[in-house]
Design a protein around this ligand. Structure first.
Ligand code: LM2
Ligand code: CA
Length: 474
């Protein structure tokens, strides 16, 4: 569960709320050439449709069945996307919502035609099918009203209803079989892995039992024989409760949300970058940490929110992503957002429920309300850098509180200046020679002497970053 199955590439992008047709096109026209490992897609299963809330993005976290029918498209479009992305070497990772189904007290018909009814004691999801006996019994939940309300008690977190969402009983063989069926269908199509939504609210042994029944990835989709599903588990551990990231190491990577706060602090106060990764604070070990500067929840104050930097402060955000990709901790994901004014607001739409196409402008940026951080110059260049220096560690670390620099073995060197400029003679760890800065397309360069030192100069307010690679990054 630890190999993302993308040939050693190091960065995935979350194309939040994109349609399958747009993602297929993006794999072919951009992501393959830019060196992205793959795409995290929004939940593909059938979900409720909340017209009364103006179709919020979070309706997709209220499953109705495991049919591949969602706001992003139907099953044929999903399969076409996976196949087209795989054929250009870009993998698809599914956001898997299997802790729960819809909230209590609702009924209706979802878009794929499946009905649901959770009024009173009913828990009817005939599209799976699930019924009342498949949900966690009330007596297993130690909270007063049946919802999660005590993070100091694992039974409360894992057996109660998160926000009142009907909680699947992952102890049951029947429930495990249904989830296995969903995952094996994804695998058979050629999906390379999953994000497990709300993993913190599931018992690690239930996740483990489910994953142990998965088949290998299909060789006809370009996976070497014996390849396993890549798994990263959403566990929000901010040292604020009983559940710790290390409980989930046996079943894959874990999201490291403390990294979001740390990088935000580090960009505000460069001195803090020197102790970005704080194991004393409980941060996950590097080969289990799944990291990002911000995600679809905390960029809009959901999922615990927090002090994070987002595309709304572009200059700081570029530095945060650049540093994240330059350093050697964890497996990295880049967020790709849409603009919003309201934290519940769904994606750009053609009016109502229909998601608008992503517009690609002549200069390669996006329009129509889509931000496309993954197409920004700094992000694209730093993906190349991270891929080029894979396997090396950070060395020659230097930080004076206003600028920071380090080498990645003898393969790369990175520097960044908070105020936009720096000039300093530093050890680069690189062989003697001339190296050009990929960030400004070689407008600036450094000359490394026989002793490995070079004068490192940055003069660029908007993108105050220097990244060079031995033999070129791209
Ligand atoms: C997560 N973590 O484990 C995400 O961090 C979190 O953002 C997800 O909630 C959650 N799992 C469930 O998959 C999102 C959203 C919530 C939303 C839920 C369900 O952040 O705001 O809750 O999806 O759609 C919504 C309403 C909430 C209501 C709930 C149930 O916002 O007010 O609670 O539905 O009706 C009564
Ligand atoms: Ca649960």
């Amino acid at each position: 569960f630890y190999d993302p199955n993308c040939n050693g590439k190091q960065v995935m992008v979350h194309l939040f709320e994109w349609k399958w047709t747009d993602i297929a096109a993006e794999c072919e026209r951009y992501l393959a050439g830019a060196g992205y490992c793959g795409v995290q897609v929004s939940p593909p299963m059938e979900h409720v449709i909340l017209a009364e809330n103006n179709y919020p993005w979070w309706q997709r976290y209220q499953p109705v069945s495991y049919k591949l029918y969602s706001r992003s498209g139907n099953e044929d479009e999903f399969i076409d996307m996976v196949h087209r992305c795989n054929s250009v070497g870009v993998r698809i990772y599914v956001d898997a919502v299997v802790n729960h189904m819809t909230p209590t007290g609702v009924s209706g018909v979802a878009d794929g035609g499946s009905t649901y009814n959770t009024n009173g004691h009913a828990r009817d999801f005939p599209g799976v099918p699930y019924s009342a006996e498949h949900f966690t019994p009330r007596h297993k939940c130690p909270s007063g009203d049946g919802t999660v309300d005590d993070y100091s008690n694992p039974s409360n977190v894992r057996n109660c209803y998160l926000y009142g969402l009907t909680d699947l009983n992952g102890k049951l063989d029947y429930v495990r079989e249904k989830v296995v069926g969903y995952f094996n269908q994804l695998i058979q199509i050629g999906v390379a892995g999953i994000r497990i939504d709300a993993a913190k609210y599931m018992w690690p042994e239930d996740i483990s039992a489910t994953l142990s029944r998965l088949t290998d990835l299909p060789t006809d989709q370009g996976f070497p024989a014996g390849s396993k599903f890549y798994v990263f588990q959403e566990v929000i551990d901010q040292n604020d409760g009983a559940i710790k990231v290390d409980e989930y190491y046996n079943t894959g990577y874990v999201t490291e949300f403390r990294y979001c706060s740390k990088i935000a602090w580090g960009i505000k106060d460069y001195g803090q970058l020197s102790n970005l990764i704080d194991y004393g604070w409980g941060m996950a070990r590097s080969d289990r940490a799944f990291i990002f500067t911000d995600n679809h929840d905390n960029q809009r104050g959901h999922g615990g929110g927090g002090n994070v930097i987002t595309h709304e402060s572009p200059r700081d955000y570029k530095q945060a992503v650049a540093y994240t990709l330059a350093q050697d901790y964890g497996f990295t994901r880049i967020m790709s957002s849409y603009y919003f004014t309201n934290t519940d607001q769904g994606p750009p739409s053609n009016g109502g429920y229909s998601t608008a196409d992503v517009i690609i402008n002549g200069d390669g940026s996006c329009g129509g309300g889509w931000v496309c951080e993954h197409r920004w110059n700094v992000m694209k260049k730093m993906v190349e850098f991270r891929n080029a220096v894979v396997g090396t560690s950070m060395e020659n670390y230097w930080n004076n509180g206003n600028a920071v620099a380090f080498s990645r073995g003898n393969k790369g060197f990175f520097a960044m200046a908070k105020q936009g400029s720096m000039s300093e003679s530093l050890q680069t760890g690189l062989p003697a020679g001339s190296y050009c800065n990929i960030i400004d397309d070689c407008a600036s360069s450094i000359q490394v002497g026989a002793d490995g030192t070079a004068q490192i100069s940055i003069n660029n307010y908007e993108e105050p970053i220097l990244a060079v690679c031995a033999g070129g990054c791209g």
